[in-house]
Design a protein. Sequence first.
Length: 209
Amino acid sequence: MSTTATGPAYRIRSERLLLRCPRPEDAPLLKTAVDESVEHLRPWMPWAELEPRELQAKIDLLRVWRGEFDLGRDFTYLIFSDDESTVLGGCGLHTRAGADAREIGYWVHGGHVNRGLATELAGALTRVAFQIDRVRRVDIRCDSENLRSARVPEKLGFIHEATLRRRLFDSGNSPRNTMVWTMFEDEFPGSAAAATAMEAYDAIGRKFP
Ligand SMILES: CC(C)(COP(=O)(O)OP(=O)(O)OC[C@H]1O[C@@H](n2cnc3c(N)ncnc32)[C@H](O)[C@@H]1OP(=O)(O)O)[C@@H](O)C(=O)NCCC(=O)NCCS
């Protein structure tokens, strides 16, 4: 067997978290995490308007995310506690940023905020994007009023490149002012993101160097 890992990264370990490619059987844990976080998510995540939803809706969603992941179309991860017993949120390396780029998205369970978890996972995903996916640019977008979210790219060394006025954000129906934070490949090596502890594994568990 070849020992060379090949992208994408299916499992990513950071200091306190496991980010893993989703599976349909994660539906009960995902539903619990979303149900417990609805009020906290609703102001910022348009999809939370429809929550709480039935378990079947989570199964259907996880099948889509898993399919897109396996086909290399888009990369949504679930955020687990270290022992994989609890879903602590969701995140992604999204391809909608265009060729040679990724957009990082994230939400963290309402009971686990302000512990640096979003910064930790976004730092790990930034490393995966530059070091494994070999993209040239990583974006993080957030509502200009979402000060908690904006702190994440700021702490990691992203640059606030623009605030787009009255744009649709994350499939929402009402236009919001959207901040665009970016990091280019030459800005990555000296950044706080590059210093994030991270180990990544491919589809059959081979570790990336
Ligand atoms: C935004 C979110 C992901 C942040 O997660 P987190 O794990 O708490 O983030 P971190 O702990 O890494 O950093 C949060 C920062 O916000 C700061 N913060 C917390 N409450 C704040 C507030 N009301 N105003 C301004 N800053 C605030 C924290 O102090 C921290 O910054 P610091 O390290 O400089 O002190 C989380 O709050 C969340 O899931 N929100 C709902 C969904 C969402 O908004 N997703 C992002 C969409 S772009």
